[in-house]
Design a protein around this ligand. Structure first.
Ligand code: PEP
Length: 244
């Protein structure tokens, strides 16, 4: 089965350190099953650093609209033009800070697919939602609008990232993550979208990657903090490659 590991660099790094990290990733874990998501302003330099590798390039967000009057956005045509193949949509940091609704996220995912970019649709519950037992409903409310705009054959991935596990050092237990992934897989299968990979994100590191990778419905990882170190990121990639 195929797996995928994505590194989200957020607003960390400056040009030189981004290029150096991209070179490390290309050297340490080259493959089509890996992509990095640098700050958009460094996407071109990172693309050059990845030029002799198969490592994919992505943006951390995308406009739901085409070219036009949306100041500060990046549209799908521009993402493709600078050599991106992937894009994150609906990361919880944006759902919370920019108040992105699930319909808006779905529109971004559709804009990506229409431009032959592969969106990674991020979903995840808050701690309060988990503690009150509403975590599955919360995730499905985020996910279903995006699934409604997808058709069988569309290339996209889902990243399940519990908000309380992002950047906190707390990882969902492998069993809890697996249980949510199984629910997501069910929804995908009901819509003929079973080829879609479901990644886990939330404090993934070399030390916990193998246990997560052993779960039948965890197809890969979306990695934040640990993606900023080439060796650590490569160890996570290696853990998922063992699953194949
Ligand atoms: C993320 O930002 O998507 C993420 C999972 O971050 P971290 O790995 O640092 O928790």
């Amino acid at each position: 089965m195929s797996t995928f590991v994505a590194g989200n660099w957020k607003t960390h790094l400056l040009n030189d350190s981004a290029v150096a990290l991209a070179s490390d990733v290309a050297e340490l874990c080259n493959g089509t099953d890996v992509a990095v998501f640098p700050p958009a302003v460094y996407a071109q330099s990172v693309r050059q650093a990845l030029a002799n590798s198969q490592v994919g390039l992505g943006l951390q967000d995308l406009s739901d609209l085409g070219p036009g009057a949306t100041t500060g956005d990046i549209c799908a045509d521009q993402a493709r033009d600078i050599g991106c193949q992937y894009v994150l949509v609906g990361h919880s940091e944006r759902r919370i800070r920019q108040q992105e609704s699930s319909d808006w996220v779905a529109a971004k995912a559709k804009a990506a697919v229409d431009a032959k970019l592969v969106p990674l649709v991020c979903v995840g519950e808050t701690l309060q939602e988990r503690e009150s037992g509403r975590h599955v409903d919360a995730v499905m409310q985020q996910l279903l609008p995006a699934l409604q705009v997808m058709q069988s054959g569309d290339r996209f991935m889902v990243a399940y990232e519990p908000v309380w596990a992002i950047g906190t050092g707390k990882t969902a237990s492998a069993e809890d993550a697996q249980a949510m992934h199984a629910q997501i897989r069910l929804q995908l299968a009901e819509r003929g979208l079973e080829q879609t990979l479901v990644l886990y994100g939330g404090s993934v590191k070399a030390a916990n990657a193998s246990e997560l990778a052993e779960q039948p419905d965890i197809d890969g990882a979306l990695v934040g903090g640990a993606a900023l170190n080439g060796q650590e990121f490569a160890a996570i990639v290696a853990a998922f490659r063992e699953k194949k």
